[in-house]
Design a protein around this ligand. Structure first.
Ligand code: PRT
Ligand code: ZN
Length: 224
C-alpha cells in the first residue's frame, strides 16, 4: 500500500456500509458498486477496501490496512480472540472515534417459558452466540459457568432447535427476539460503530491521518 495514502477497511455489505461510505467519501464521490472490493480515488488521501466486518480488525492488526470501521462489539470480540492467541503476533488497535451509528446492545435472551430470576439462572445453560469471547469474559467476570455454542448467524433459532437453552445476541428493537418467542433479560454491552487504527502508523501516515480528520471536521482522539 502507498505510504502517501491511508487504507481504510469498511464493511462490504450490511448495516454499516452506507454510513461508513458517507463518512469517508464527500458528497458525490460515493460511487461504490455491489461487486467493488477496492476504491482508489486520486482526489482523496484514502483508499477504501470492502470486506466482511469480521475480517476488519485482523486486517488492521496485521497492518494490511491502516484504519477500519466496525461495530464496537466486533472490535472487542476480535481483540479478546487475538489476546488469547499464542501463535499470532498482532499490533495494538486504538479507537479514534465513536461514530454514533450502528447502535445496538449485546444481550442475553431466554425463551418465554424459561424461569429467569437473575444472572445465576444462566449457570449450566447452553448459550448460543456469535460472540463467544465476549460471553466467556462476562461469565468469568461474574463467576458463572455455562456452555457456549458458537453460531455465526441465525442465533435466535437455536433454542427452538434445542441446540441451546438461551442466546446472547445483538438487539435493537427487540422484534427479532419477540418473533422467536425470546425475551431479553440482561445486556452485557452497548455498542455503536467506531473508527479505529493501528497503533503503529508511520509518522508520515500519522500526519496524513491528522490532516484528513481535520478535513472531515473531526478531532480524532485516540483511546485504546
Ligand atoms: O457480512 P458481514 O459479516 O460483513 O455482516 P454481518 O452480517 O456480520 O453484520 P451486520 O451487517 O448484520 O451488522 C454489522 C454491525 O451492525 C454489527 O456488528 C453491529 O455492530 C451493528 N448492528 C446494529 C446490528 C444491528 N444493529 C442489528 N439489529 N447488527 C445486527 N443486528 C441484528 C441482530 O443480530 C438481530 O438478528 O438484528 C437483529 C436484532 O434487531 P431487532 O431490531 O429485531 O432487535
Ligand atoms: Zn460479520
Amino acid at each position: 500500500m502507498a505510504e502517501s495514502k491511508l487504507t481504510v477497511a469498511i464493511q462490504k455489505n450490511g448495516r454499516l456500509n452506507d454510513e461508513s461510505l458517507r463518512l469517508l467519501l464527500p458528497d458525490g464521490l460515493a460511487t461504490k458498486t455491489d461487486q467493488q472490493l477496492y476504491c482508489n480515488n486520486p482526489d482523496l488521501p484514502i483508499d477504501i477496501i470492502f470486506v466482511r466486518d469480521d475480517d476488519i480488525p485482523l486486517l488492521v492488526a496485521e497492518e494490511v490496512c491502516d484504519l477500519g470501521i466496525v461495530g464496537h462489539n466486533v472490535l472487542l470480540e476480535r481483540k479478546i480472540e487475538f489476546e488469547s492467541s499464542v501463535t499470532r503476533r498482532i499490533k495494538k488497535l486504538e479507537i479514534i472515534e465513536y461514530l454514533g451509528f450502528g447502535n445496538c446492545r449485546l444481550s442475553f435472551a431466554v425463551p418465554e417459558d424459561f424461569s429467569y430470576t437473575n444472572l445465576i439462572s444462566l449457570n449450566d445453560c447452553r448459550i448460543a452466540t456469535s460472540y463467544p469471547y465476549l460471553v466467556k469474559k462476562f461469565l468469568v467476570e461474574n463467576d458463572l459457568y455455562a456452555n457456549i455454542i458458537y453460531l455465526s448467524g441465525s442465533v435466535e433459532i437455536a433454542p427452538r432447535l434445542n441446540i441451546a437453552d438461551i442466546i446472547c445476541d445483538l438487539v435493537v428493537t427487540g422484534s427479532t427476539l419477540q418473533q422467536n418467542n425470546l425475551r431479553e433479560v440482561y445486556s452485557i454491552l452497548s455498542s455503536e460503530a467506531i473508527l479505529f487504527r493501528s497503533a503503529t502508523l508511520s509518522v508520515k501516515k500519522q500526519e496524513i491521518l491528522n490532516l484528513w480528520l481535520q478535513q472531515l471536521g473531526r478531532e480524532g482522539e485516540s483511546n485504546a
